[in-house]
Ligand binder design. Structure first.
Ligand code: NAD
Ligand code: UFG
Length: 340
């Protein structure tokens, strides 16, 4: 794909910042819109250090229609990658209206601003959470969908919204990327995931135990119907995931309408396998106890990657050892995240 101007919503966040690096490296100009509700401009400074040039940054909330229109007025945007959203499953159960407001209203405003400026090419961050509890693994994109949390439903409804928009107006071309479990960090160790408060997710929790910020990891459930009794997920290196966005932007030229694509490695790893790989990367055992199941966890989820290979011409290159090495490198260099 020739060099273009890509607008990245949520570009200061975890996956967005890694995608900005890859976009800049590929020669694109990048415009970031982020309200910094879950991120910091330090991430964008580090992106510039890695890439050797900066993104154009606008501190704007997607729900602010006037400010969003001004960003499109200021830049000749060719395509959009839409990361901005709230993403904590548990929090979404407590404050569902805030999730619908942020994620759905933000997306509707974005689509209106895009259409007003004749921009119809979009890559959207969806999630494998839209599959709920899958009946069959590996999961294909044609599996039944039905999310189980308000967060997951915002993803589901946005997918439907984008499908409806594409059905009504053939100018819309959209790739819905259904991410599996993103982990890891840029190999420089200068950008990475910086969760606020105590992490909900396995890898950041394990790494904060390793660095001494948390005492012990709890392994949620050792009695699932899996080989070692712990849940299986498809972990994907965030740099591979970032590259999938470049591939999806390129694929927009080859698709019509709206296409959903899984972004995983196709390999499942159990919680205990992740703990072992993380301990290996750290060079010391990560203390852990197997405790009760966490409500809502699905026993086994991993991706069928066939459509990513055929449609995006992309597949993951990095494995669990790479993910743990790079996540640890980031954690070690930035023990308190961007506040270090
Ligand atoms: P993140 O929180 O690090 O990044 C999201 C960014 O969006 C943040 O910088 C935040 O400040 C910004 N933002 C939120 N609401 C906004 C608004 N209304 N206006 C402008 N900016 C706003 O999260 P992430 O892990 O990088 O995830 C990016 C996207 O991928 C999200 O949509 C998330 O739901 C989706 N996703 C993430 C995962 C995961 O495990 N990390 C899995 C599946 C899908
Ligand atoms: N786990 C532990 N201990 C922890 C944290 C997690 O044992 O401290 C286990 C969980 O029980 C699960 C596995 O590690 O079996 C992975 O859990 P994560 O919380 O890291 O990831 P999930 O698969 O539950 O959820 C992630 C994102 C969601 C998203 C979902 C599907 O956090 O936002 O993937 O995309 F919806």
């Amino acid at each position: 794909m020739a060099a273009q101007t890509i607008l990245v919503t949520g570009g200061a966040g975890y996956i967005g910042s890694h995608t900005c690096v890859q976009l800049l490296a590929a020669g694109h100009d990048v415009v970031v819109v982020d309200n910094l509700s879950n991120s910091s401009t330090v991430a964008l400074d580090r992106v510039a250090d890695i890439a050797g040039r900066s993104v154009a940054f606008h501190e704007v909330d997607l729900r602010d229609r006037v400010a969003l229109a001004e960003v499109f007025d200021d830049h000749d945007v060719d395509r959009v990658v839409h990361f901005a959203g709230l993403k904590a499953v548990g929090e979404s159960v407590e404050i569902p209206v805030a999730y619908y407001d942020n994620n759905i209203v933000g997306t509707v405003n974005l689509l209106n601003a895009m259409a007003d400026h004749e921009v119809f090419d979009l890559v959207f961050s969806s999630s494998c959470t839209v599959y709920g509890e899958p009946e069959v693994v590996p999961i294909t994109e044609d599996a039944p969908i039905g999310a189980v949390s308000p967060y997951g439903r915002t993803k589901l409804y946005i997918e439907e919204l984008l499908r409806d928009a594409a059905a009504a107006d053939k100018r819309w071309r959209t790739v819905l990327l259904r991410y599996f479990n993103p982990v890891g960090a840029h190999p420089s160790g200068t950008i990475g995931e910086d969760p606020t408060g105590i992490p909900n997710n396995l890898m950041p929790y394990a790494m904060q135990v390793a660095i001494g910020r948390l005492e012990r990891l709890r392994v949620f459930g050792g009695d699932y119907d899996t080989p070692d009794g712990t849940c299986i997920r498809d972990y994907i290196h965030v740099v591979d995931l970032a590259d999938a966005h470049l591939a999806a932007l390129g694929a927009l030229d080859r698709i019509e309408g709206c296409e959903a694509v899984n972004v995983g490695t196709g390999t499942g790893s159990s919680v205990l396998e992740v703990v072992a790989a993380a301990s290996n990367a750290v060079g010391a055992d990560i203390p852990h106890d197997v405790v009760d199941r966490r409500p809502g966890d699905v026993p086994c989820v991993f991706a069928d990657t066939g459509r990513a290979e055929s449609l995006l011409r992309w597949s993951a290159r990095l494995d669990l050892a790479d993910m743990c090495r790079d996540h640890w490198n980031w954690q070690r260099q930035n023990p308190a995240g961007y506040g270090s």
